[in-house]
Write a protein that binds this ligand. Structure first.
Ligand code: ATP
Ligand code: MG
Length: 454
């Protein structure tokens, strides 16, 4: 177990005459009786000393005093790991007691100063609930910041003056929201009041860090509350004004009895199962992003003509801005682009249906549709239909081996060109419809539908 390994590291450091404690999120989680995602150790040993004591280490952030010690048998998986995210690897982060000095850019300390005093190390941390130390050998919590009381009362409070601490690293504003959402805590009034005053400075933080915080909020299981807090604190309009724009955008009550586009989107976030793929979470957040600019009161009812196409463009811009990978972007855009197609599933031709459900990660499309219904009219007819129909289709007819290829067309006297794609796709459709079973049938179909020489 990773916890035992972390404790063994602490014993070793102490045997060599050093101070060493568990610190930060893992202590908070242990006090709360939760399973920590990772274990962090803080010690007065310098990175060089730590690397000297443990034969296998990775100096992932040695300039900040951080060394990664892989659990036995898990060395290989750490090599490519970045200092900022090793939560999925079996490694323990060992950091030297330090105080951070400077922060002139609003996101990184200018300098780190090593220390022999654990008090200094907890003072540089963000929130009181994240500033506890645990001596796992005596099983004793050391609290220099009032973290225990705040954990008991359910309060997120900066260590020291909120404005000063947020000024040092603007990302802490997002972390405050994330922890408050995750634990259903209140943000202490002075801490909260500092956020609207400083929200506009969030742009000093790299977009990747903002993206990763938002992704955590979206996928940790408390996304609705996180987004309500983002909105209330003024951060949402800074980082995702397209979501703020959903507020007050009315919808036709017969399809959306729940309320406006913002209410609907947040209800949807509430229905995300935990854990959930980040692409599904972002797809849920952005599926109706095209509604505010396409809102129109038509004679019969409110309409959002073209909201899908507009939404795809807007989502693309948002994902580009937040530096998403091409693969993630592609999947999120596919979710936005296809979310309305479920309304047609019962009328789809066999071939259209098969190609629809063959889309990559279709389970995410289906899940988005389910929560979209649940967060509005509640009618799951198309969802159930899709599932039943998928189950009834023999897998080998879902993506059958093509009956003919371009070579067959060439052999039959067809000239290679753009028309090949059209012909082969028509053959595939007819095959998916169950109209063609053999190569000969396919060639007969081609000669009839696409006479050579035309
Ligand atoms: P999680 O459960 O999400 O991992 P965590 O509290 O462990 O939450 P980490 O990002 O893993 O958060 O960081 C570990 C610890 O490092 C925190 O508990 C906190 O003490 C400190 N810390 C992390 N980020 C910051 C920051 N931006 N400013 C100050 N201290 C920070
Ligand atoms: Mg952590």
């Amino acid at each position: 177990m990773l916890k035992d390994f972390a404790i063994s590291i602490i014993r070793t450091l102490r045997d060599r005459g050093h101070q060493a404690y568990l610190v930060g999120g893992c202590v908070r989680d242990l006090v709360l009786g939760r399973e920590p995602a990772d274990y962090d150790i803080t010690t007065d040993a310098t990175p060089d000393e730590v690397m000297g004591i443990f034969p296998e280490t990775y100096a992932v952030g040695a300039q900040f005093g951080v060394v990664l010690v892989p659990a036995p048998g898990d060395a290989a998986s750490c090599v490519s790991t970045e200092a900022t995210d090793h939560s999925k690897t079996n490694a323990v982060e060992v950091a030297t007691f330090r105080s951070d000095v400077g922060y002139s850019d609003g996101r990184h300390p200018d300098q780190v100063r090593y220390s022999k005093d654990p008090r200094e190390d907890v003072k540089r941390r963000d929130f009181t609930i994240n500033g506890l130390l645990l001596d796992p050998i005596k099983n004793e919590v050391l609290d220099f910041v009032g973290g225990r009381a705040d954990l008991e009362a359910g309060i997120v409070r900066t260590i020291g003056d909120a404005e000063r601490r947020f000024a040092e690293d603007k990302l802490r504003m997002l972390r405050a929201v994330r922890f408050a959402a995750r634990f259903d805590y209140q943000i202490e009034p002075k801490t909260f009041a500092a956020i609207p005053r400083m929200a506009a400075q969030i742009h000093q933080v790299s977009r990747e860090r903002v993206r990763d915080e938002l992704t955590r909020m979206l996928t940790e299981g408390h996304a609705r509350r996180a987004f309500l807090l983002l909105d209330k604190s003024g951060l949402l309009k800074e980082i995702l004004p397209e979501i703020t724009a959903m507020k007050g955008v009315e919808q036709p009550p017969q399809f959306h009895p729940e309320g406006d586009v913002f209410v609907h989107t947040l209800l949807l976030l509430d229905k995300l199962r935990h854990p959930c793929p980040l692409t599904l979470a972002w797809g849920a957040l952005l599926h109706d992003v095209g509604k505010p600019p396409t809102f129109r009161v038509a004679p019969d009812r409110i309409r959002f003509d073209g909201h899908v196409e507009v939404g795809v463009k807007m989502a693309q811009e948002i994902l580009r801005r937040l530096r998403f990978s091409n693969d993630d972007t592609e999947q999120v855009l596919a979710l936005v682009a296809n979310h309305m197609r479920f309304a047609d599933v019962q009328r789809m031709k066999e071939s259209t249906f098969k190609k629809f459900v063959r889309m990559s990660e279709f389970a995410e499309h289906l899940e988005l549709h389910r929560i979209d219904c649940q967060a509005s009219h509640g009618d799951l007819t198309s969802y159930q239909f899709t599932r039943q129909k998928m189950a009834s289709i023999p897998p080998e007819t879902m993506r059958p081996i093509p009956l003919i290829t371009g070579d067959d067309l060439i052999a039959a006297g067809y000239k290679p060109g753009p028309r090949f794609k059209e012909i082969l796709s028509a053959v595939e459709d007819a095959q998916l419809e169950g109209q063609l079973q053999t190569r000969d049938q396919a060639m007969g179909f081609v000669r009839e539908q696409f006479p050579a020489g035309q």
